[in-house]
Design a protein around this ligand. Sequence first.
Ligand SMILES: C[S@@+](CC[C@H](N)C(=O)[O-])C[C@H]1O[C@@H](n2cnc3c(N)ncnc32)[C@H](O)[C@@H]1O
Length: 225
Amino acid sequence: MIPEVVRNSNENDYLLDPMIGGGTTAIECKLLNRNLLALDINPNAIEITKNALDFESEFNPKIKLELNDSRSLAMLNDESIDFILNHPPYVDIIHYSEKQIPEDLSNIHDLDEFCDEIEKVAKEFYRVLKKDKYCAILIGDTRRNKMYQPLAFKVMERFLKVGFELKKVMFILENLPPNKAKYTIEKQPQNIEEVSNEEQHYYEELLSNMTPDDKEVASKESFEI
Ligand SMILES: C[S@@+](CC[C@H](N)C(=O)[O-])C[C@H]1O[C@@H](n2cnc3c(N)ncnc32)[C@H](O)[C@@H]1O
C-alpha cells in the first residue's frame, strides 16, 4: 500500500513520514526521487531505516532521518511539506518499543486516549502541510472482547476536527489462504462466525460498489462472499 501512496506525490516533492518504522516510505522515496523527512520515536526504527536505504538507486533524493515525537514538529515551518504519509500504531496491538519508550503511542490501550494523542499529531500535520496538498493515513481497526472497534473512523474524525477534509477512503484487499478468505475487504475476522450481520451487510455493499476490475482483483485474491 505504501508504494502506491508514495506514487501519489510528485518527483522532487518534500514528503514527511513522521512514524517511519521499518522504512518502507524511505525506500520508495529513494526509488521514486522524493525528498523525505523520516521521523520516529524509536531509535531502532531510525537505525533499521538507515540500513534499508543502503542500496543503489538511479536517484539521490534528500532523505533525512530524525528521532522525534510526532506530537511536535518544531523543526518544520508552517506550510512547508508537500505530502504526508502516516502509518501510526493501531493503539497497542503491537507494542513497538515494548513499553520501553514512554512517548511511544503504541503504549496506549484506551481508544479515546489514543485518539486524543493522535489529534495532537494531526494538528501539527495541518500546520506543516502546504494548502491544497494531501495527507494519507494508513490505519486499521481492532476488536475488543469480540466487538468491532472502528479505530480508523475515530482517527479520521480527529483529522476532520483539526481542519482536514476527507478526499477518499481506500480499503486493502488482502491475500489469505482460501479457507480463511471469506471476507477480505478492509478487515479479516479470524473466522466467519465472528462476522456480525451488520458487518456482512457492509461487506456486501462494498462488493456491489466495486468496479468489474476491482472484482477481478478480489477474485484473484480468493475473495468470496
Ligand atoms: C505502524 S508502525 C510504522 C510502520 C512503517 N510504515 C513501516 O513501513 O515499517 C508505527 C511506528 O510509529 C512509531 N511511533 C509511535 N509513537 C510515536 C510518536 N509519538 N512519534 C513518532 N513515532 C512514533 C513506532 O515507533 C512505529 O515505528
